[in-house]
Design a protein around this ligand. Structure first.
Ligand SMILES: Cc1cc2nc3c(=O)[nH]c(=O)nc-3n(C[C@H](O)[C@H](O)[C@H](O)COP(=O)(O)OP(=O)(O)OC[C@H]3O[C@@H](n4cnc5c(N)ncnc54)[C@H](O)[C@@H]3O)c2cc1C
Length: 328
């Protein structure tokens, strides 16, 4: 079997979910004796390709073109279709980023295939690859198999695999090959404008090691700085349940859950969050979950590794005090 991993970069900066998907590719390859090719697509990405070659894969494909300098769904899907046609992989793996959501279904359709998107894991059973994806807002997980002939296209959700488990190349570096693609300006039907200002400011919560997340238990916007202080002392970021963002107490990009971000930090500390399924689906994969809630029966305690049944307005100041002592 041959796996083609399509990585993602912007302005020569990796989208780190690429390395999580590389871990998935390495693990699948280990179990199926597959080879792994990693594609880097864009313009001026030779240094990234060289960096990727230092990891455990069989080859790196550099796909460069002037018309790939800025992302457009047309250029990326047309170019990658050509890469798939020349590399002939059985399985195409992508990180399930916003960009991938935008172009990958089109790419899969352009080669006459379906796609299993947003997978949270896989199993290799009886010679078959089974992909696992959440359904009904995370209430259940479904096993999904490809039918028909390869190539198959699948994407993995952010944090489904741990990037720190990525294996380095055993004997130096994988070979880097350039793949030329044909693209014409008239094939591209959209013109990218400047990125939103919001996106420039936005924190990527998926990269934060610690998240201190506030829910309606925080009571009023005046109390948010207290949680922000705690987050800062813990070396993390602040996030929130939906009502907090709906109220405008924190920006929308801080929202965790089915209509917000999915995160898997090392530590997720939930302050006054009840643990509704739409929230839990976005944070239940966190490595350690701690919750402070005055209701001992709050559903958040069902997913928490550590819980404090208490008033957050007593517990949080005490935590801040202790942390300040250790910092001084
Ligand atoms: C289609 C749809 C999509 C949704 N998407 C999302 C989403 O992406 N993210 C999301 O979060 N929600 C989402 N929701 C909303 C979700 O159903 C819940 O309503 C929401 O998560 C509840 O937020 P909360 O836990 O902050 O508030 P509440 O459910 O009101 O819980 C507040 C908690 O704070 C505790 N508390 C109160 N005072 C204190 C105190 N002093 N000290 C300690 N604890 C205290 C209470 O015991 C309670 O458990 C969605 C809903 C729908 C229908």
């Amino acid at each position: 079997m041959k796996i083609l991993l399509i990585t993602e970069q912007r302005d020569a900066q990796w989208n780190k979910v690429s390395f999580e998907t590389l871990v998935a590719a390495q693990q699948i390859a280990g179990q199926t004796k597959a080879t792994v090719s990693g594609a880097v697509i864009g313009k001026g990405v030779a240094a990234l390709a060289d960096e990727l070659a230092g990891y455990q894969l069989d080859e790196v494909l550099v796909v460069e073109h002037d018309l790939l300098a800025q992302y457009t769904p047309d250029a990326f899907s047309i170019a990658l279709r050509q890469v798939i046609e020349s590399a002939k992989p059985d399985l195409v793996l992508l990180p399930h980023t916003y960009q991938v959501r935008d172009f990958a279904p089109k790419l899969a359709a352009s080669i006459g295939k379906g796609m299993i998107g947003d997978c949270v894991g896989y199993r290799h059973e009886n010679g078959k690859l089974i992909f696992v994806r959440q359904m009904f807002q995370g209430r259940t997980a479904a096993d999904v198999l490809f039918t028909g002939e390869a190539p198959w296209v699948a994407s993995f959700q952010a944090s489904a695999f741990r990037a720190d488990l990525v294996a380095k190349h055993a004997s130096g570096k994988a070979p880097v090959k350039s793949v030329s693609v044909e693209l014409k300006p008239e094939q591209i039907r959209t013109k990218p404008l400047e990125l939103f200002r919001e996106a420039k400011q936005a924190v990527d919560l998926t990269q934060a090691p610690v998240l201190v997340s506030v829910g309606r238990g925080i009571k009023a916007p005046e109390n948010i700085p207290m949680a922000e202080k705690l987050a800062k002392l813990m070396g993390g970021e602040i996030s929130a349940s939906r009502p907090i963002c709906d109220e405008g107490w924190l920006p929308m990009d801080r929202q965790i859950g089915s209509s917000g971000q999915t995160v898997v930090p090392k530590l997720y500390l939930a302050l006054g969050i009840s643990g509704a399924i739409q929230h839990v689906v976005g944070m239940k994969g966190s490595r350690t979950i701690a919750a402070i809630n005055k209701d001992a029966n709050a559903p958040i305690f069902e997913v928490a590794d550590y819980g404090i049944v208490g008033d957050l307005f007593e517990v949080v100041p005490a935590m801040i005090e202790e942390l300040e002592k250790t910092k001084s």
